[in-house]
Design a protein around this ligand. Structure first.
Ligand SMILES: [Zn+2]
Length: 562
């Protein structure tokens, strides 16, 4: 590319800082290379979104093969009994579905990931760094979980010591993640049928050949032995399931590649968004219930210590239906396939979330590979520290923050945008367009997660402790509209125009596909990813705005100070 053609219009009275004049080329070209692969720190352009709605949905659902659901369900079931576990799973699923819906819609309709949605849905440009870090921690906690499950499988199947299994399950993901999402979606598609058969077949066999397993499952009363359904047990269990609420972020990492919604495709478009968006939890809840079933089934044989381990659950299930020489290899295959399917996504999404936070805080874009390693380092440390045994308590604590975040963003979209009209309907993620911090989301998120964590650690007594996830959800739901009313919605947008005449959305309400060249990195980007730079009388892309440390690029029409 001949950069002279593009730098020409810049010549003139504008004085650039020496840094900018000499510095940006390598940074920008590296940024460009990275973005062409995954478009993560920016809007996903229409030119790249060539898949049909159903292909996007299938790919997105491929990522939720993870096995943690089986042990989460088992953990709740063993502690509180089948009745409480099933109600807890259902309650959590309803909350996850309802809050996931607006987020999935925004991701698919406006083609941005959950962090970009969060910025314009009450948090502000720097405010959402908080939630990005939470999302990044979600990815490495779950990576560690899945890695532990795989290490248990390798130990049982190949006699590998756990510490080595942890290392193997971490290192093997790195080469896969380097190839990015295009390669990962191929992996998802061909592994899904194998995975489905291995998971469903033993269950169908057990139920068909021994109906008594269903009765024993339904009447299992838990280790406390009381049985039935009680509020405290349900809420404790739901709290653990709700920690998965942040999974919607990984679903949106795929859903943002949805094609434009048109008159012709609107039915399949909606079906795909609902299925692969909030609908992930239907499959998730089903896996948790299967986890309870299998744990109860193997409890007498392996004891309460090993019953939540998916490798044990499936080994016993396979054992009932096939010759013994086939059992271990198949159980190990199931665990390894599931683990790879989810952990490439965890490693990938985590690296993106870290890169995203780092770039905003420091104004530098080091490339996401550094953060693949950082994220995997955290996960490996957690595994070597034997976190699997503390699974439920880690998830219970984590879920308070995750719930506070997702409920805040969902409420901002559902209530502040659509009902109160205090939050701008159109999403906004560009630096300069947004305030650094919007009190609406930040206050409600900090209050909701802070108070619920206090509850979780018994600060308000033992009676209220189980209610911490409910508190997180209710506080976020109430405070988000309240702070918007109090601040009169003034801190969403810093300016009302980005200085480009063409509207962001076309006549159908889809993001416009017209391209403009960014005057800093000299690459063409679609309309929603750019803003006019007054300093240089040209347009600048969102990533170049993010990495503009010297503040060279000033957007037009600052409104009077508020
Ligand atoms: Zn640029």
């Amino acid at each position: 590319m001949d950069s002279k053609l593009y730098t020409q219009p810049d010549a003139g009275p504008v004085t650039q800082s020496p840094q900018t004049a000499a510095g940006p080329a390598p940074v920008a070209s590296q940024a460009t290379k990275e973005t062409l692969e995954d478009y993560t720190l920016r809007f996903a352009p229409r030119s790249y979104r060539r898949w049909t709605p159903m292909v996007v949905a299938t790919t997105a659902l491929g990522g939720i093969a993870y096995m943690a659901d089986f042990s989460i369900g088992a953990g709740i079931g063993l502690a509180h009994g089948t009745g409480n576990a099933l109600v807890a799973i259902a309650v959590a699923a309803v909350v996850i579905f309802v809050t996931g819906f607006p987020l999935a819609y925004y991701g698919a309709r406006y083609n941005i990931d959950l962090d970009l949605i969060t910025r314009g849905s009450g948090f502000g440009y720097y405010g959402s760094v908080l939630t990005s870090v939470i999302f990044a921690s979600f990815t490495f906690i779950f990576f560690a979980l899945e890695g532990s499950i795989m290490a248990q499988g390798l130990k049982l199947g190949l006699g590998l010591p756990l510490w080595l299994g942890y290392l193997v399950s971490t290192l093997m993901v790195i080469p896969l993640v380097i190839y990015g999402m295009k390669a990962l979606s191929k992996l998802q598609v061909w592994t899904t049928p194998v995975w489905l058969v291995l998971m469903i077949a033993p269950l169908v066999y057990l139920v068909a050949t021994d109906p008594g397993t269903v009765d024993r499952f339904l009447s299992y009363a838990g280790t406390d032995g009381t049985g039935g359904v009680d509020t405290a047990s349900v809420l404790l269990g739901a709290g653990v399931c709700l920690s998965l609420i942040a999974q919607i972020g990984e679903q949106i990492d795929y859903l943002r590649f949805m094609p434009p919604k048109t008159e012709a495709n609107k039915r399949t478009w909606w079906a795909a968004v609902v299925m692969a968006g909030p609908g992930w939890v239907v499959l998730g809840a089903l896996k948790q219930a299967i986890g309870v079933f299998l744990a109860v089934y193997i409890l007498a044989k392996v004891g309460p210590e090993a019953a939540p381990e998916p490798i044990q659950q499936f080994r016993s299930a396979f054992d009932a239906m096939m010759p013994s020489w086939l059992v271990l290899p198949l159980a190990v295959a199931l665990v390894v396939i599931s683990q790879i399917k989810i952990n490439v996504t965890n490693a990938y999404s985590g690296s993106l979330a870290w890169t995203n936070s780092f770039t905003r805080v420091t104004g530098r874009y080091p490339g996401r590979m550094v953060f693949v390693l950082v994220n995997l380092g955290f996960a490996l440390a957690l595994m070597e520290a034997d976190m699997f045994s503390f699974l439920n308590s880690i998830l219970g604590f984590y879920s308070n923050c995750a719930i506070a975040w997702v409920v805040t963003v969902a409420t901002d979209i559902g209530v502040n945008k659509y009902l109160l009209k205090l939050s701008p309907l159109r999403p906004e993620f560009r630096r300069g367009m947004l305030y650094a911090v919007n009190p609406v989301g930040v206050v409600s998120f900090v209050a909701a997660s802070g108070l619920s964590i206090a509850l979780y650690f018994h600060a308000l007594g033992d009676t209220l402790q189980p209610y911490s996830p409910v508190a997180a959800a209710v506080i976020a739901f109430v405070l988000t509209p309240l702070t918007a009313v109090v601040t009169r919605g003034r801190y969403y947008l810093r300016r009302t125009t980005d200085g480009i005449d063409e509207p962001l959305l076309d006549a159908d309400g889809n993001p416009s596909a017209t391209t403009y060249d960014c005057h800093v990195c000299h690459q063409p980007y679609e309309r929603p990813d750019l803003a006019a730079c007054q300093t240089h009388d040209a347009v600048v892309c969102s990533l170049c705005l993010s990495t503009d440390k010297a503040g060279d690029h000033v957007l037009p029409a600052r409104p009077s100070a508020v």
